[in-house]
Design a protein around this ligand. Structure first.
Ligand SMILES: CC(C)(COP(=O)(O)OP(=O)(O)OC[C@H]1O[C@@H](n2cnc3c(N)ncnc32)[C@H](O)[C@@H]1OP(=O)(O)O)[C@@H](O)C(=O)NCCC(=O)NCCS
Length: 158
């Protein structure tokens, strides 16, 4: 693996493998899965992401889905979602590439500001955001089944 790592736009045929990746990360952290609620976007990528001008990508090792990221557009702002990699694919700049891909989509859509909300239990993601020029600001209780505490990360200009 390594030379075969690539990022491609999501296709419906990737759905089950992509969901499996995110579920594995949820199990790793002990977070609760809610297919018909908080995780509904992953089952309806076309509606939740693509229809509104957003995008969703998957990371592949050869033909194996190993990660994902999504972005939604909201007027003058875009929001990052679902940045996840399988554990064995972390620390090799694939997360950075996924985030940069989402940022590029915001820029190409004429948007100059990105927000990412991230669980306080995910410090590696926070390091990545700060490294790519995000500023940490604000916190909220997420509307997920675990009522997670999240930090806000903002980047402007993108
Ligand atoms: C967060 C995540 C996507 C980052 O992807 P990654 O491929 O592991 O990160 P990268 O290799 O691209 O690292 C990019 C930068 O982030 C920082 N970073 C990433 N992991 C780090 C770690 N464990 N310790 C210190 N810094 C780290 C490094 O500064 C790195 O900079 P460099 O490229 O100059 O070395 C991945 O670790 C992951 O899936 N984690 C679990 C799920 C998660 O936290 N998702 C985010 C939800 S908001």
């Amino acid at each position: 693996m390594g030379e075969h790592l690539r990022i491609v736009p999501y296709s419906a045929s990737d759905r089950d493998a992509m969901i499996d990746v995110v579920q594995r990360v949820y199990q790793e952290y002990g977070f609760t899965w809610e297919a018909d609620g908080y995780h509904r976007d992953l089952y309806t990528v076309e509606d939740y992401y693509l229809r509104g001008g957003g995008m969703f990508w998957i990371a592949l090792d050869a033909d194996r889905v190993v990660g994902c990221v999504g972005v939604t557009l909201h007027g003058t702002e875009c929001e990052l979602h679902r940045l996840y990699l399988l554990p064995e694919y972390r620390g090799r700049r694939l997360g950075r590439r996924l985030l940069e891909t989402a940022m590029d989509h915001g820029r190409q859509s004429g948007i100059n500001r990105m927000i990412a909300w991230s669980d306080v239990k995910l410090p590696d993601a926070h390091k990545l955001y700060l490294k790519l020029g995000f500023t940490q600001q604000g916190q909220r209780i997420c509307d997920d089944p675990d009522k997670a505490l999240e930090y806000g990360f903002w980047k402007e200009p993108l």
